[in-house]
Design a protein around this ligand. Structure first.
Ligand SMILES: C[S@@+](CC[C@H](N)C(=O)[O-])C[C@H]1O[C@@H](n2cnc3c(N)ncnc32)[C@H](O)[C@@H]1O
Length: 207
């Protein structure tokens, strides 16, 4: 068995046996969504610093299968390949910890044939889990950052998934692809945009 397969099975083993997403975690190679590296948090007395870890660095593969969020972009534009040493700015994109992704997906209560709108493609890992369970045609994912969206598209294609990917502000939903049976947001919001329950939702589009 390959090293990444063994790591993936170990990660999936931490997910509740009854979850329909456990099989997806066993199959979807998270490391393919982190080929651009990630930033490791450096704990110290001052402001939080971040240090890049690239695929050629020894801890990279194992860390890709830790149940941990991994930061992939800092300050809106900076990716791991841009940095030597440390950076003190704030994270702006990441691969969310798989256990949390699965809890959110469990809460979505999807069924076969459901059309899903995801807001916040990020690396594309959670998009890939959705594609694995539902099929590419039923998954639409919106990412506001063009560079992040492009990297996710490449990673998804590399592992054989081709969902509907949209570059834009997901706060306005994506009415063109409606109706959706489920909407999931992996980005932070202060209020629930009306578009998510109205224009981009199943209810209004069917009326
Ligand atoms: C935590 S990351 C997504 C994690 C991703 N689901 C994964 O598994 O890798 C959140 C993403 O949401 C994006 N984002 C933030 N605000 C957004 C918005 N209004 N519309 C679409 N995407 C947004 C960010 O650029 C970032 O890439």
């Amino acid at each position: 068995m390959s090293e990444d397969k063994a790591l993936r099975l170990a990660l999936a083993g931490k997910i509740a046996a009854g979850s329909p997403w456990r099989g997806a975690v066993e199959i979807v190679p998270r490391h393919e969504f982190l080929r651009g590296g990630y930033f490791e948090r450096i704990n110290g007395p001052g402001a939080t610093a971040w240090s890049p870890v690239m695929p050629e660095d020894p801890p990279w593969l194992a860390r890709c299968y830790d149940d941990d969020s991994l930061v992939t972009q800092i300050a809106g534009t900076i990716v791991p390949a841009d940095i030597r040493g440390e950076i003190l700015r704030s994270p702006t994109s990441s691969s969310t910890m798989p256990g949390l992704v699965v809890r959110m997906l469990d809460d979505l209560h999807v069924a076969d044939g459901h059309r899903v709108l995801e807001i916040g493609t990020g690396t594309g890992y959670s998009t890939a889990l959705l594609c694995h369970l539902l099929g590419d045609d039923l998954v639409t994912s919106v990412e506001v950052d063009a560079d992040v969206a492009s990297t996710a598209r490449t990673a998804l294609g590399r592992v054989g998934f081709h969902p509907h990917l949209v570059t834009g502000d997901g706060l306005t939903g994506h009415a063109d692809g409606a109706p959706y049976d489920r909407t999931i947001a992996t980005c932070g919001v202060t209020t629930v945009p009306y578009a998510w329950v109205g224009r981009s939702s199943a209810a209004e589009s069917r009326s």
